[in-house]
Design a binder for this molecule. Structure first.
Ligand code: J2J
Length: 541
């Protein structure tokens, strides 16, 4: 029987054997790693959150306490827990407490709302949902009330802060637990969310074995060591700051993780100065903002030696300005929650760092660049990137039909990204074939938003496309065929909000039309719509 269970796709036995033999999979759980770190790095500072500073020993002790309490609630091996927390120390303790129990965090983002959260709770049959009371003007306990109504398997809501009618998530000191680790390294450690090209986001199962390798290899490639002070500026539940190398990669080498309440310069620059931060990760729009803000912020950022930028294409013109503005090295990162990570090297020449999105971090990463028929293109030509390897999934969770399209017969993941490979083996991302919009690193499934819009009484049909934007790279424009009186953009936005869609998915612009350009096969030509909106923007309309 499969260690991963019927809803999950195993690596074939010969691959698993090879990944073990070659040392990529070491059969240690993330909890085994934590115990090792606590032993090796004992009194070094692991986590800084505001005035709180925890050593590795202290972190491990709190994890023991919380694991015992969660165990007392009946949470155990194989149980899913939807976690939606801001960048707070509680998030760290909770994740490791769940790893210890063999329970599986499903990492939701703070921006997610009822639409996404109820779906995640339902799809994962989550037994618990963990939130902060209020953050950035939003009350997550309201979301919990909705989730409880919609997801029958949900038994517990745990709250960081004021719990209202729910249970408090206590991560206090002085409580000991001595639970043994449960579960195997070949089992799922956590679920990440995919950008998703269909109606709803897919759950990405990451096993202990594959994610441990993801962390350790990333930390090596990025030159992390015990002097690393990593600033978690992006939402910590995202793969990039969580484990690429991010927070967990910093723990691997005994460094210090500083949690920022937001990536905005007023929240991050003083922390960089105070904690002597050495490295952080941003999406391109934030990197642009930081390059401007540093001019007037009057903060000492001299400790910063590497800025990682990824999640969306960082244009060469902007990439070239990182060193002169922020006085640090740039590292481009082309990654995906599904697995494959590409990094530019710290010793790569400037043209590579500025002009490429890096190369696969593992010798065991297999990549193919293929044409529309799935045949490999000539070296250096543009094509869709397919990949498989020791930390790239073989199937989304409970998505058999979707998996049949998302993977090739021999197990390569179809990334949907258009790339070319340079002579040095670096990848340049030139576009995509998947129907998503990458709004400054936030992925929006066109189909998901369109499906919601079709429920609006004044919408006969809708097509969501990306339009170029100097700051975000792209924004969203929705083309609507009206039914009767045409809706306005505020109408549609209010409607989507009322359906519980996360704010970043709300369209930025509306174009009302009487017909969609066709592709000749009864489908909308999004290419033509994109050309139309691009021309309108260029003409200042
Ligand atoms: C162009 N497109 C990029 C880049 C991701 C590190 C960094 C990013 C992610 C991430 C991640 C890009 N240039 N540098 O998980 O660990 C687009 C591609 C890709 C998709 C994945 C990490 N870096 N992209 O962004 O799962 O389209 O992961 O397939 O959110 O983002 O999105 P996501």
């Amino acid at each position: 029987t499969s260690d991963l269970g019927p809803d999950l796709t195993e690596w074939p036995a010969d691959f698993a054997e090879r990944y073990r033999r070659d040392g990529y999979w070491r059969d240690r759980t993330l909890d085994d790693l934590l115990r090792q770190w606590a032993a090796d790095y004992a009194d070094r500072t692991a986590v800084v959150d505001g005035d709180r500073r925890w050593t590795y020993v202290e972190l491990e002790r709190r994890v023991g306490g919380l694991a015992a309490r969660l165990h007392g609630l009946g949470i155990g091996r194989g149980d899913r827990v939807v976690v939606q927390l801001p960048n707070k120390a509680e998030f760290v303790v909770l994740c490791f407490a769940l790893f210890r129990l063999g329970a599986q965090p499903v990492l939701a983002l703070p921006a997610h709302r009822a639409n996404e959260i109820t779906y995640l709770c339902q799809t994962s049959d989550a037994v618990a949902y963990v939130v902060a009371d209020r953050q950035a003007g939003f009350d997550y306990r309201d979301l919990a009330r909705e989730a409880l109504r919609a997801a029958p398997a949900l038994k517990h809501v745990l709250v960081v802060g004021d719990p209202a009618e729910f249970e408090p998530l206590e991560t206090g000191a002085g409580e000991v637990g001595d639970l043994p680790s449960t579960g195997l390294a070949s089992e799922v450690a956590l679920f990440l969310l995919s950008g998703g090209t269909t109606g709803l986001p897919k759950l990405i199962p990451r096993t202990h074995n594959d994610y441990a390798y993801n962390l350790e290899a990333s930390a090596r490639v990025c030159g992390f060591d015990e002097n690393t002070v990593y600033l978690a500026a992006l939402p910590i539940a995202h793969n990039f700051p969580f484990g690429c190398p991010g927070m967990l990669g910093t723990f691997c080498v005994g460094g210090t993780v500083v949690l920022a309440p937001s990536p905005a310069p007023p929240d991050t620059f003083p922390l960089i100065e105070r904690e002597r931060v050495t490295v952080t990760a941003l999406v391109p729009p934030l990197a642009l903002l930081w390059m401007e803000a540093v001019k007037w912020a009057g903060r000492d950022l001299s400790s910063l030696s590497v800025l990682q930028v990824g999640g969306a294409k960082f244009k060469p013109e902007a990439a070239a300005r990182v060193r002169s503005t922020l006085d640090c090295q740039l590292q481009q990162v082309f990654g995906m929650a599904e697995g494959l990570l590409c990094y530019t090297g710290l010793d790569d020449p400037d043209d590579v760092v500025v002009g490429t999105q890096g190369r696969p971090m593992s010798p065991a990463d297999e990549i193919r660049v293929v044409d529309v028929d799935g045949n490999e293109v000539a070296p250096g030509e543009l094509g869709e990137l397919h990949t498989r390897g020791p930390y790239t999934l073989r199937g989304y969770y409970r998505a058999a039909a979707y998996n049949a399209r998302a993977f090739t017969a021999d197990g390569f993941y179809r990334t949907g990204d258009l790339v070319r490979v340079t002579e040095t083996g670096h990848l340049v991302v030139e576009g995509r074939v998947k129907d998503i919009i990458n709004r400054g690193g936030e992925k929006i499934s066109a189909e998901e938003v369109e499906n919601h819009l079709l429920a609006h009484p004044a919408v006969r049909d809708a097509a969501l496309v990306g339009m170029p934007d100097d700051v975000l790279g792209e924004r969203t424009c929705v083309y609507v065929l009206p039914r009767g009186d045409a809706p306005t953009l505020p109408d549609l936005v209010a409607f989507l909000r009322s359906r519980g869609l996360a704010d970043y998915k709300l369209p930025d612009r509306l174009e009302v039309v009487d017909a969609f350009p066709g592709t000749g096969v009864g489908k909308v030509s999004k290419k033509d719509l994109m050309a139309d909106i691009t021309a309108k923007l260029a003409a200042g309309r």
